[in-house]
Unconditional design. Structure first.
Ligand SMILES: [Zn+2]
Length: 578
């Protein structure tokens, strides 16, 4: 073991010493601060950016070269350090992290090497057009219409909507190649980028000019501390927004510019396009009905949730922070409440930890469905989220310890984990400690006091006498995969009355423990009890039923499991034993 670690590190030293112009470490630098002045010319589909970025060397070796990447439809104009123009080579770099399927890369020679953890500020300028472009999807065979409804970003004359990293690199990034035809490649590259940028700041000044006769458009940004100004100078009208992201967290900086009408209610504002009045009203009405439930769980909204319309009725919705972009006219009014539950949770509860921020917003959707249609509807809904991450959790070999940590809910940048898996974790916690206790823990949460990943787990542990350390270890601090339950044995015996006592042993073959519902069915009814079964072990429970038991079902679907096909146990004979 010692030998292999040693030889790996020797290899790395060798790699570092042979780094030259042809093998760039594109992920050496993180961009810790952006201060960008963005001028938009909708009629020309153009965007021109001047600004300053701060780079930090996150690698373990000094770096002489910095790689800056923007969308391939944009061009680098200049890179400077304190007024000194730096030499750079600009070249296309094929990568599916951008909608065009390529990036414009500036390979910049720095004035002197930047030491590990050292920083450097660069003044940058770039410009170009952002047109509807779904090349990265069409070249892997996605039909054009579907591809354009997915990659709908563009700057158009009457409508502009542009999302950041992972969609359009409209601000500089630095990533290794992402390839959509290669499994999780895009996902992993983007995950690493987001993790590196989680605590980065961004200050944006967006501006555009219009003829004074026109209705001034609205600028919407997925950050709440924005000041929007409209000024008239001679015959032109200048609309500008000044916005700051204190820390990007999981946010992908995005802006929308459109001639929206706005419907403003006390808890939600809906920005809609001409002709979509009815849909906007339906959405706002549905959202308002959800407010009491969300408030009860997550407190009163800190801000108004925002929904904004997309013109393409087939456009895939996008949410980031409290802003939702969705084609309102084609949003099923029946689903509006479900969608609103998510947005309102973001407007009420703030955390920079994705498993808390997004996990709770998805959990709120399950709670909403349970409230409207009962527990089974919520479990069915969560079930739709199960397969993508259950696939990711499949274990073919014993996971390495660092993978268990890196893929843990407190560290992961994987959406499937911090959204879907986290939703289940919140649901399981509620089932284990009860609704009042979990609500109290959430009420005690203050994001400014969240200095340690164990802060939230501690708040939860304080509300119960139960030991939950094992649960947090298996599900939150580490990624131990999923449990796999089956009923190992069941014995039933008649009591002196007419009842039966069934003694059930549940085995968990997985490496994550859970408390799971165990249901005993009999003619005309069923009895459910909950049983804690730790990882790679078993648990025994006795259940009393009024009639001869016929079937035992472990797990009602509220605990994500790697194999749900072995969860039913039939009791054929009723003569006492089986
Ligand atoms: Zn969300």
């Amino acid at each position: 073991m010692t030998f292999s670690i040693k030889s790996v590190s020797i290899l790395c030293v060798l790699c570092a010493s042979v780094v030259n112009g042809f093998s760039l470490d594109r992920e050496a630098f993180s961009f810790t601060n952006y201060d960008l002045n963005v001028r938009i010319e909708p009629d020309q589909h153009r965007l021109a950016v001047r600004g300053k970025i701060t780079l930090r060397n996150d690698s373990s070796t000094a770096q002489r070269i910095a790689v800056l990447q923007i969308s391939s439809s944009l061009d680098w104009r200049s890179v400077k350090v304190e007024d000194k123009t730096l030499q750079f080579v600009s070249r296309p770099y094929t990568s599916d992290i951008d909608h065009t399927g390529a990036l414009s890369e500036a390979i910049v020679t720095l004035p002197q090497p930047v030491a590990p953890e050292g920083t450097i500020g660069l003044d940058i300028a770039y410009e170009g057009v952002i047109l509807l472009d779904a090349t990265r999807l069409t070249r892997i065979g996605t039909p054009e219409k579907t591809a354009q409804s997915t990659d709908w970003d563009q700057i158009g004359t009457s409508f502009a909507a542009v999302r950041g990293a992972g969609y359009v690199a409209w601000y500089p990034i630095a990533t290794e190649v992402a390839d959509l035809s290669e499994g999780n490649s895009l996902f992993e590259v983007l995950g690493r980028w987001k993790a590196r940028e989680a605590s980065s700041k961004m200050h944006l000044q967006l501006s555009l000019a219009r003829g004074s006769a026109e209705q001034p458009p609205e600028i919407l940004i997925n950050e709440t501390t924005c000041h929007i100004l409209t000024a008239e100078v001679s015959s032109a009208q200048f609309v500008s927004g000044d916005c700051t992201y204190p820390a990007l967290g999981v946010l992908i900086p995005a802006f929308v510019i459109a001639n929206y009408q706005a419907l403003r209610r006390s808890t939600i504002e809906v920005h809609y396009l001409t002709g979509h009045d009815a849909a906007a009203t339906a959405f706002a009405d549905a959202a308002e009905k959800v407010v009491p439930l969300i408030t009860e769980w997550f407190g009163s909204p800190r801000e108004r949730a925002k929904a904004a319309d997309l013109p393409d009725p087939g456009a895939a919705p996008f949410e980031s922070g409290a802003l939702l972009l969705t084609p309102l006219a084609s949003t099923d009014p029946k689903l509006a409440g479900l969608v609103a539950a998510h947005q309102l949770t973001h407007a009420s509860f703030l955390s920079f930890r994705p498993w808390i921020e997004e996990g709770l917003a998805h959990f709120a959707q399950a709670i909403y469905l349970e409230h409207e249609k009962g527990r089974q509807a919520a479990i069915d809904y969560m079930g739709l989220h199960r397969s993508p991450f259950a696939e990711a959790e499949k274990r073919t070999s014993t996971p390495r310890s660092e993978d268990e940590v890196n893929r843990s809910l407190v560290k992961t940048a994987s959406e499937e984990l911090y959204r879907s898996k986290a939703m289940y974790v919140w649901w399981m916690l509620r089932d284990m400690i009860g609704e009042p206790a979990l609500k109290k823990a959430l009420a005690a949460y203050h994001p400014e006091q969240d200095k340690d990943p164990s802060y939230m787990p501690h708040l939860i542990a304080m509300q119960t006498k139960r030991d939950l350390e094992w649960f947090f270890d298996d599900w939150v601090y580490r990624d131990r995969g999923l449990p796999d339950f089956n009923v190992e044995s069941a014995f039933s015996r008649k009591t002196l009355g007419q009842a039966y006592i069934v003694t059930i042993t549940v085995d968990n073959m997985g490496a994550a423990g859970a408390e799971v519902p165990v249901t005993v069915k009999f003619t005309g009814g069923e009895v459910t009890k909950r049983l804690e079964v730790r990882a790679k072990s078993n648990g025994v429970i006795r259940v009393e039923v009024p009639m001869a038991p016929q079937e035992i079902v472990v797990n009602d679907g509220s605990v994500p499991e790697s194999d749900m096909t072995n969860n039913v146990f039939k009791i054929e004979a009723t003569d006492g034993r089986k």
